[in-house]
Ligand binder design. Structure first.
Ligand SMILES: Cc1ncc(COP(=O)(O)O)c(C=O)c1O
Length: 394
């Protein structure tokens, strides 16, 4: 079996190591590249002067182009400029930052929220700040890279349970009671598979074993639950740590950590290096996020349109013999064992005016290369029908 980690960490001198890794990745068809697009929105993407229907965006509600959000941003730039020019611990924490933290805490029913520049930063911050040598993080196998890499760099122990498998989690809990603290980590909606975590069952196990729960709701916030407040609304429970991002359904950038205990928020403010040593979100971004959150709550009609589009895709794809991961969310992944097949599909899609991306290891487990289709509220019926027509050829 190919060890993907080996492809990254060999003990050659740097230049020959880089060359070996890159050559190997090309051989295995998992070489990563970026394409410089002209622009995109929740329905269309322009690349080399040609427009494509965009099925690769996390802009599920289309808010990144909402005129009110754009004008909040523009108006604030005129007043505050484009940067806070400092960390929040110096002069980068404004009244608007504070008000947004309060608004988020009230919305989600927590005593405290702390803003971060990105979801990646927020996940790194919480793990690297609280996990010590005799702590154990018990993470779902598909938990996001930002969490896993933070645990790997921490002095704590990482254990992983089979994806969404409560018995596997229970087994690990049985054997880890010697640790000082245990943190169970999962995602509300999984970023690559689109399925949802069994939060209620996880919480029961956590309570029974005196463990904490952290939920990364990057793909649930804005979409799931009443007025889009996220996956924890459905479970009717507040995990000790909730991470939300503004980079998906909210259509802006940035993130927040919601803390069930005020002292945890205080501790993060004292010790989280990602917070202390990084320039904060600009006030213009804060204004855009603030407006986006208000609009998100009033956007049941967009969530309804999104659900209709997801349903159209799912009922169409049922008739095709493809391996679709069961999911009721905007993320619909079709697995192909052969990476070459995925790459061919992406190429063919471009000819049909459809933009798809191949997701390959090590982003996803070996032999699970896939097309990760993301449906948005902005897609029209014929966009989805054209995608289904294309997929019927494979
Ligand atoms: C589950 C999950 N958590 C965190 C992140 C990181 O969020 P951001 O893009 O805001 O850094 C992502 C984005 O890829 C994600 O899918």
């Amino acid at each position: 079996m190919i060890n993907i980690m080996m492809l990254r960490y060999n003990n050659y001198n740097w230049l020959s190591k880089f060359k070996k890794v890159i050559t190997k990745r090309k051989e295995l068809l998992i070489y990563r590249y970026r394409q410089s697009i002209t622009n995109s929105n929740a329905r269309l993407i322009t690349f080399l002067n040609k427009k494509y229907i965009n099925f690769s965006s996390n802009n599920y509600l289309g808010l990144s182009n909402h005129p009110h959000i754009i004008s909040s941003y523009q108006n604030e730039i005129k007043v505050s400029g484009v940067s806070t020019s400092s960390s929040g611990h110096i002069i980068g924490y404004s009244i608007k930052h504070k008000m947004l933290e309060k608004k988020l805490a009230n919305l989600l029913g927590y005593p405290n929220a702390i803003l971060f520049n990105s979801g990646f930063d927020a996940n790194q911050a919480i793990i690297s700040t609280i996990i010590s040598k005799n702590d154990c993080v018990i993470a779902d196998r598909l938990t996001h890279a930002s969490i896993i890499s933070a645990v790997m760099q921490s002095p704590g122990t990482l254990k992983r349970f089979r994806h969404n498998d409560i018995l596997s989690l229970a087994k690990i809990l049985e054997t880890t009671n010697k640790f000082d603290n245990r943190l169970i980590v999962t995602e509300g909606v999984f970023s690559m598979d689109g399925d949802q975590a069994p939060l209620q069952d996880i919480i029961i196990r956590a309570k029974a074993t005196n463990s904490w729960v952290m939920i990364d709701d990057a793909h649930g916030f804005g979409i799931i639950g009443r007025n889009g407040i996220g996956s924890t609304y459905l479970s009717n429970y507040k995990p000790e740590i909730l991470v939300i991002t503004f980079s998906k359904a909210i259509g802006v950038n940035g993130a927040a950590i919601l803390c069930k205990y005020k002292i945890l928020a205080d501790y993060l403010i004292q010790c989280a290096r990602q917070l202390i040593y990084s320039t904060s979100l600009s006030i213009a971004q804060i204004s855009a996020i603030d407006t986006a959150i208000t609009i998100m709550q009033d956007s049941n009609y967009l969530r309804k349109r999104l659900r209709r589009n997801i349903q159209r895709f799912k009922s169409g794809i049922k008739k095709l013999k493809l391996q679709l991961i069961p999911s009721n969310t905007a993320i619909q992944s079709i697995i192909f064992n052969d990476t070459r097949h995925v790459i061919n599909l992406v190429r063919k899609a471009r000819k049909y005016g459809i933009w798809l991306n191949a997701i390959r290891p090590p982003t996803v487990p070996l032999f699970s290369s896939r097309i990760r289709v993301t449906i948005t509220a902005m897609h029209r019926k014929h966009d989805i029908d054209n995608l289904l027509k294309l997929l019927s050829l494979f």
